[in-house]
Design a protein around this ligand. Structure first.
Ligand SMILES: Cc1cc2nc3c(=O)[nH]c(=O)nc-3n(C[C@H](O)[C@H](O)[C@H](O)COP(=O)(O)O)c2cc1C
Length: 206
């Protein structure tokens, strides 16, 4: 069976204060086939090495952006990374096919409640809707966009002991991606990947 190589582009501006993403990243680093790139650590001055980042993309089969939601979007280095790395002739244009066919998704934590991310909720939009520029970037570059995997209410997750279960699901997701066991077709139209992993992984195992 072919195993996929997963690239996690991790962007957390204050990683030492992180309660959610820090243990997730620690766990991800232990999984064979997963590469974690800590963008704020590697590029504290935003001087992103374009050739190195493009080679990393070529070398991996699945691309993940992981971040805490900041002002309904990614922390800024992930925007800078896109602006610099996804060049014409590499990521788009008639010869820019380096990313074609690679599944891509966002793994994020949000301070807000799940019910708040809804047309009728406090934030009026779902997380998938708010991340539309990333979804369309993935479409334009020929990647196969998957819905976000999100932990809501992230700031109380630690005291409410919700992190172990989230970590378990996150590891399950990464293992399924490595082993090509996630049903991509069934996952693609969903609003969120969260809560649906059982169906998506089981469906592929049938
Ligand atoms: C500058 C800033 C902006 C934020 N913006 C949002 C936001 O737009 N929506 C939201 O739900 N949470 C927002 N948050 C909360 C973070 O998403 C939350 O603290 C984080 O996901 C927790 O993950 P961590 O423990 O790994 O840091 C914001 C936090 C900061 C510091």
């Amino acid at each position: 069976m072919k195993h996929n190589k997963i690239l996690i582009l991790y962007a957390h501006p204050s990683p030492h204060r992180s309660e959610v993403n820090k243990p997730m990243i620690r766990a991800a680093k232990k999984i064979a086939g997963v590469t974690v790139v800590d963008l704020y650590y590697e590029y504290p001055n935003f001087d992103i090495d374009i050739d190195k980042e493009q080679q990393r993309l070529r070398d991996h089969d699945v691309i993940i952006f992981q971040f805490p939601l900041y002002w309904y979007s990614t922390p800024s280095i992930l925007k800078e990374w896109q602006d610099l790395v996804l060049e014409y002739g590499f990521a788009y244009g008639s010869e820019g096919t380096a990313l074609h066919g690679k599944p891509m998704l966002c793994v994020l934590s949000a301070g807000g409640k799940e019910q708040a991310y809804d047309l009728n909720g406090l934030n009026h939009f779902t997380i998938r809707q708010l991340l539309a520029p990333i979804e369309q970037m993935a479409n334009l570059t020929g990647m196969r966009y998957l819905p976000p995997f999100t932990l809501f209410n992230a700031r109380t997750a630690y005291e409410e002991r919700r992190i172990p279960e989230h970590l378990k699901q996150y590891k399950r997701l990464l293992h399924a991606l490595v082993e090509n066991r996630l049903d991509i077709e069934q996952a693609a139209p969903l609003t969120l990947l969260t809560h649906k992993l059982d169906d998506l992984i089981a469906a592929k195992e049938d």
